[in-house]
Design a protein around this ligand. Structure first.
Ligand code: UDX
Ligand code: ADP
Length: 464
């Protein structure tokens, strides 16, 4: 079975880059990415490819090559579904903010809407691929809706979780460690569907990296991988606090520990806390599923990773207040970075949001600079927490276009995202224009202590 037409529902951080790379690597397959957000689709179609809605190094070049050839962005969801042999679902699955499982379970309403739309529109057999991160056994729910509301056509549901990390998405997609494809491999039709997707990836991924499993193993593997990665960050962050008390340096500990080949060096960088759309959501999903099966010890074990992360964000903000003579009321504090990591304009669950909120609760005046995040997004993030009115957020938090506007006349500067450009700021100028004592808080271990102290900064870095 050869795939000729792919439709992807959801033109976000996952759907956009993934489909761009599939289209680039498979010129004979037509790929249409659809979204209900017409502004987003318009941005993907912008004549100037630098205006695509997602900032991701290398992505605009890939889009430039494939767009209009075999990569299309559209708001006509029905037409794209109708034409496709294979439909990827890449819509958002945020944590529920209401009802049962509030604050923990994934909200699957967008997935369900997609399933109902596919069922309504489809006139011939389809392979439906879950790409969004989902709780285990979502495929079953999808199948149920499709089979019971459809027009009698046959559906094969595959799970193909995304392992790309934002900021390195293009490279991760081009050279994946592995691609996981879960399907009904016990039946001939299920196997055929799995093979069809394997063939798509085999255009550029070596066969031995294409892993096929049953659907539930695939779904659970995604949650497990993210839980393990997040756990490493929380583990090193736990050590960072102990380092600060004992005089050890967390970077030295991390290096020493990471050189043990059994442990490995990745994801051992201490920070102000992990963010992003996946880690917290996936662990909460894991906790929720475990609890629903009565596995309370398993649930508590994983929940601690989140609690540690919350503690790290709070601890960093509290450190700022405490260092500034126990009050930041009316003081100007510059926040450098808002994205949850460098090289992305995504801010979901970014530690910066929580640090800012904490400081605003302490009556600070904050000024934010981030090279890629829009002003509008920053206010949306603050408003979303509902801690104060949106007028007050606009009055007390300012967003500026250069780092020096943020740091000028400030009492303290805090690095919240590890953007490369912060390393090379004119730190002497920053110091000269700040109020004294000039406090500098490095939440990312980005800066050299010696050079900053030599300038005259009162310097604090996580974990030392
Ligand atoms: C993650 C997974 O890596 C990816 O496989 C999955 O598909 C989606 O979730 P992402 O959230 O894009 O990707 O970024 P990642 O690089 O994993 O970073 C997550 C957070 O952890 C960031 O806030 C980052 O700053 C933080 N982090 C990461 C650390 O604090 N220390 C580290 O050593 C690594
Ligand atoms: P992710 O990081 O998972 O890609 P995003 O929020 O960046 O998440 O992207 C998800 C996209 O899915 C959004 O652009 C949203 O508008 C789109 N979307 C959600 N529900 C539907 C739907 N029923 N039909 C089409 N697009 C949808």
């Amino acid at each position: 079975m050869k795939i000729k037409n792919i439709c992807c529902i959801g033109a976000g951080y996952v759907g956009g880059p993934t489909m761009a790379v599939i289209a680039q690597k498979c010129p004979e397959i037509n790929v249409t990415v659809v979204d209900i957000n017409d502004q987003r689709i318009a941005a993907w179609n912008d004549e100037d490819v630098e205006n695509i809605p997602i900032y991701e190094p290398g992505l605009s070049a890939v889009v430039q090559e494939a767009r209009g050839r075999n990569l299309f962005f559209s708001t006509d969801v029905d037409a794209a579904i109708d034409k496709a042999d294979m439909i990827f679902i890449s819509v958002n699955t945020p944590t529920k903010t209401y009802g049962i499982g509030k604050g923990m379970a994934a909200d699957l309403k967008f997935i369900e809407l997609c399933a109902r739309q596919i069922a309504r529109v489809s006139k011939d057999d389809k392979i439906v691929v879950e790409k969004s991160t989902l709780p285990v056994r979502t495929a079953e729910a999808l199948k149920n809706i499709l089979d019971n509301t459809g027009n009698g056509v046959n559906y094969q549901i595959l799970s193909n979780p995304e392992f790309l990390a934002e900021g390195t998405a293009v490279d991760d997609l081009m050279n994946p460690d592995r691609v996981l494809i879960g399907g009904d491999i016990e039946t001939p039709v299920g196997k055929e569907a799995v093979e069809a997707l394997v063939d798509v990836y085999a255009h550029w991924v070596p066969r031995e990296r294409l892993l096929t499993t049953n659907v539930w193993s695939s779904e659970l593997s995604k949650l497990t991988a993210n839980a393990f990665l997040a756990q490493r960050v929380s583990s090193i962050n736990a050590m960072s606090e102990l380092c600060e008390k004992t005089g050890a340096d967390v970077n030295e500990v991390s290096k020493a520990v990471g050189m043990d080949s059994r442990i490995g060096s990745k994801f051992l960088k201490s920070s102000v806390g992990f963010g992003g759309s996946c880690f917290q959501k996936d662990i909460l999903n894991l906790v929720y599923i475990s609890k629903s099966f009565g596995l309370h010890e398993v649930a508590d074990y994983w929940e601690q990773v989140i609690l540690m992360n919350d503690h790290q964000k709070r601890r960093f903000a509290a450190k700022i207040v405490q260092t500034l003579f126990n009050t930041v009321s009316g003081k100007k504090i510059a926040l450098l970075g808002w994205a949850f990591k460098k090289d992305t304009n995504d801010t979901r669950e970014s530690a910066a949001i929580y640090v800012a909120d904490y400081l605003l609760n302490e009556q600070a005046e904050i000024v934010v600079y981030d090279p890629k995040v829009s002003t509008e997004q920053i206010y949306t993030d603050l408003d979303y927490l509902n801690s104060r009115s949106s007028e007050e957020n606009r009055a007390r938090a300012k967003v500026v276009n250069t780092p020096y506007e943020a740091t000028k006349d400030s009492h303290a500067v805090a690095i919240l995202t590890e953007w490369d450009e912060f390393k090379d700021l004119d730190w002497q100028k920053v110091y000269d224009e700040m109020l004294k004592p000039a406090f500098l808080f490095d939440g990312r271990r980005l800066l050299q202590r010696e050079t900053k102290e030599a300038i005259g900064f009162e310097f604090y870095a996580i974990g030392s």
